[in-house]
Design a protein around this ligand. Structure first.
Ligand code: ATP
Ligand code: MG
Ligand code: FE
Length: 336
């Protein structure tokens, strides 16, 4: 089954061709980062307009790189939520038009299922059940992947997502947008033990996350320094913040590994491209004899390859959308 997948939920216009869910033939990503950097974050209206400008050429490029035409394609997969509504609508409308014109099945894909499914592409041996930590710009979920398309959410963030915390702290220490990669970069010059930021627990819930307290602690620290005239060492703040996030993620992840006797653990989402976080979770898995999976960094942040992987298993499960498919901005995992 050859799937042409389309992703436009945020600020990446992306298309990919994936064969049988795991064989990636092309993966084209047109990022709008430069455009939004000017404003310090994603401007939804600008994102939608840019998607419209780019989507056709991105799809053409994906087909070309896969050495295929629409005649070779068996199904269209598209992200229909969650995400920015105007941005999602561009991909959904495009996918519907292609499916209608070519009389192809249309498979609606949940963006977070896509992030999780990115792990299938480079790991032919990975099959459910496994545990997955989804850490992205809008989500922080600890998930039991029971089967393809079947998820149990063990824990989630009560406030900010991990990626959101990276972005907000980056802004506060003057690194700007996008925060995650910039914090990771400067953290290499900093001391992760320089500042003792809190490792937040959420009551006695072992799996839920909270990152707004950590963000506030960073802001308080910065204000304190300014008031007392203490020099702020950007790299130390970045490294110490990153370490606090890493510790909490590892702690929750390994708690679940032990409780569910997991033998496979995967990570997903933009924050999963962070080298320090990847290494820490990998090491914790190794110490427990758990096999660790992670997508290449380019498959962690938004892309259409992951949508093609998820679409394949949704396709096999018989999931189809009609011409009435609509984008759902706040689509929940497990509701799709
Ligand atoms: P969602 O997937 O929840 O809808 P999204 O699609 O906007 O949100 P992703 O593209 O998966 O999110 O990830 C983007 C997030 O990942 C941003 O918050 C960004 O700061 C973060 N991120 C990207 N690279 C890194 C990195 N190297 N270290 C930490 N965070 C990173
Ligand atoms: Mg993005
Ligand atoms: Fe995403």
């Amino acid at each position: 089954i050859k799937i042409l997948a389309i992703e436009s939920s945020c600020d990446e216009t992306a298309a990919a061709v994936v064969v049988n869910g795991r064989d990636l033939r092309s993966n084209v990503i047109s990022s709008q980062i430069d455009l939004h950097t000017l404003y310090g974050g994603v401007v939804p209206e600008i994102a939608s307009r840019k998607h419209i400008e780019k989507i056709n050429q991105v799809i053409e490029q994906a087909l070309k790189e896969a050495d295929m035409t629409l005649d070779d394609i068996d199904a269209i997969g598209v992200t229909y939520g969650p995400g920015l509504i105007g941005a999602l609508l561009v991909g959904v409308a495009e996918a519907k038009a292609l499916a209608y014109a070519r009389n192809l099945p249309l498979v609606p894909v949940h963006h977070i299922e896509g992030h999780i499914s990115a792990n299938y592409i480079e790991n032919p041996d990975l099959e459910p059940p496994f545990l997955c930590l989804v850490v992205s710009g809008g989500h922080t979920h600890l998930v039991r992947v029971l089967d393809y398309g079947k998820y149990e959410i063990l824990g989630r963030t009560r406030d900010d997502a991990a990626g959101e915390a990276f972005d907000k702290v980056a802004r506060a220490i003057g690194l700007g947008y996008p925060g995650g990669p910039k914090i990771e970069k400067v953290s290499h010059e900093g001391n992760p033990d320089a500042i003792a930021f809190p490792r937040a627990k959420v009551g006695d819930d072992v799996y839920d996350f909270s990152f707004s307290g950590l963000k506030s602690a960073v802001l308080n620290y910065l204000n304190g320094c300014r008031m007392k005239g203490i020099e702020i060492v950007q790299a130390d703040v970045a490294a110490s913040f990153q370490k606090a996030v890493t510790d909490v993620l590892v702690d929750h992840a390994m708690h679940a590994v032990e409780e569910y006797h997991a033998d496979k653990f995967a990570i997903a989402g933009g924050v999963a491209s962070n080298g320090v976080i990847r290494a820490a979770i990998e090491e914790a898995c190794k110490a427990r004899g758990v096999k660790f999976y992670r997508p290449s960094p380019i498959l962690c942040t938004d892309n259409a390859a992951m949508i093609g992987a998820a679409a394949y298993y949704d396709f096999l499960a018989g999931k189809r959308a009609g011409m009435d498919l609509n984008a759902v901005a706040n689509l929940k995992l497990g509701e799709s």
